[in-house]
Write a protein that binds this ligand. Structure first.
Ligand code: FES
Ligand code: FE
Length: 429
């Protein structure tokens, strides 16, 4: 039963997840109803559609949507289904359009969603009201610092309340440019034969880095990174941020495009990066400046938005197609006013580290698909996520951040649609 999907025994310091949560089609159907239909989901970034008429069409939780800036300048999310008989009115991934014409019977909608053309409309009675037949929108659309979120639940709490402690970490990411951050054009799209929650866990997993990504650490040493740093313990910590959100924050092993100097950059870059750090200090004070320029973070916004602010900044979201198959989309986020050489370095890292063919992702795909195959041995019932459960100061190699996700997942999965309130997961767990 659902109540038995998670064992959370704080007294003994044991946390277990039933592997059925990764394999059962009934669980996936329930996740659609109780997780994806009632939380806030990332739909895109306003910088992707800077000009009136700009649009992106994509899939969010399996639903086709259009992210579009209307001729009136307003950013909207429209459900990509014709109000006539269902076809998708937009079949381009991106572009600029004054209107969307359905290819099936040619109903036409303007870029604000209104129905503006119906071929042969003298055949309809007076009761046929065009004004009721505009493209629909998700129940809720809210934007925080250019991140556009949607919810299919009209009663969901406001986005800022929902974000809880994750807001601070989004701010740390968005404060990296005075003029604003932008999503760089181009999408990484790939898939994996694994359950979506395996990728949630993996995106927040400091424990696997030194083993799964051994090849990368060898490469780092070859670029001049001090082997003692690589083999030593990374600093940093994991935090639960409320409502299932979580973060691991740590010192990067090598430089960041924003400020931290590394031998890989060469001596010439050191003074420039120190000047960047000083600018942040002047704007935000020493502590915030230190966190922006000298720490990196892997942020989970429940249920399925990951922002890896580690070298480049990768925005990653993913959706289940079936219990053992997911589609993954990733974008690079960057300061809009970044110098060309820094942008080039950032995009190189975006491609070569977390990119689908980079240093990290193929290793992770291998691991997660291996887990999914392993789950076929149904005699082994539980996954263990107890690591560091008794640590007051959780380390990045502990599993607290995953437990935060699972506790929220478990709470939502046990709360039927329409239950008055969803118990919020506290920030400190
Ligand atoms: Fe779109 Fe008929 S389904 S015009
Ligand atoms: Fe990894």
């Amino acid at each position: 039963s659902l109540a038995n999907m998670v064992i959370d025994n704080k007294q003994d310091g044991l946390f277990r997840v039933n592997r059925q949560a990764f394999t059962d089609p009934d669980i996936l159907a329930l996740e659609h109803e109780r997780v994806f239909e009632r939380t806030w989901l990332y739909a895109g970034h306003t910088s992707e559609i800077p000009e009136p008429g700009d649009f992106r069409s994509r899939s969010v939780a399996g639903r086709p949507i259009i992210l579009v800036r209307g001729t009136d300048g307003v950013v909207r999310v429209l459900l990509n289904t014709c109000t006539h008989r269902g076809a998708q009115v937009c079949r381009e991934a991106c572009g600029n359009a004054k209107s969307f014409q359905c290819f099936y019977h040619a109903w036409t909608f303007n870029n604000e969603g209104a129905l503006i053309g119906v071929p042969g409309d003298e055949a309809y009675s007076e009761a046929f009201d065009r004004s009721e037949l505009g493209l629909a929108s998700p129940a809720r659309v809210e934007i925080y610092r250019d991140f556009v979120f949607i919810s299919f639940d009209p009663h969901v709490e406001d986005l800022l309340d929902y974000l809880a402690g994750a807001r601070e970490y989004l701010d740390l990411i968005c404060d990296q440019s005075e003029v604003g951050m932008e999503v760089v054009h181009g999408t990484q799209a790939y898939s994996m034969r694994a359950n979506w929650k395996l990728l949630v866990e993996n995106s927040m997993d400091g424990y696997h880095a030194r083993t799964t990504h051994l090849r990368y650490f060898d490469y780092l040493i070859s670029t001049g990174v001090d082997p003692a740093r690589v083999s030593g313990r990374r600093g940093g910590r994991g935090r639960a941020l409320g409502n299932g959100h979580a973060v691991i924050e740590s010192e990067p092993l090598w430089g960041r495009p924003i400020a931290r100097w590394s031998p890989a950059f060469g001596e010439a870059k050191r003074a420039e990066l120190e000047a960047v750090h000083k600018q942040f200090e002047d704007r935000f004070g020493a502590e915030w400046a230190y966190r922006i320029t000298q720490t990196s973070r892997n942020l989970l916004i429940f249920p399925n938005l990951i922002i890896n602010d580690i070298m480049a900044i990768t925005i990653r979201t993913f959706f289940p197609v079936s219990p053992d198959y997911i589609e993954i989309y990733a974008w690079a986020l960057a300061p809009s006013d970044e110098k060309a050489e820094d942008r080039a370095m950032r995009l190189d890292n975006f491609l070569t580290f977390l990119g689908p063919g980079g240093y990290a992702t193929p290793d992770d795909v291998e691991a997660l698909e291996s887990c999914q195959l392993g789950f076929r041995n149904r005699e082994v019932i539980w996954n263990d996520l107890s690591r560091g459960m008794r640590n007051d100061q959780p380390e990045v190699t502990d599993e607290l951040q995953m437990r935060a996700f699972w506790r929220q997942w478990h709470t939502l999965m046990q709360s039927p649609q329409g239950s008055a309130t969803i118990v919020r997961q506290p920030i400190a767990v």
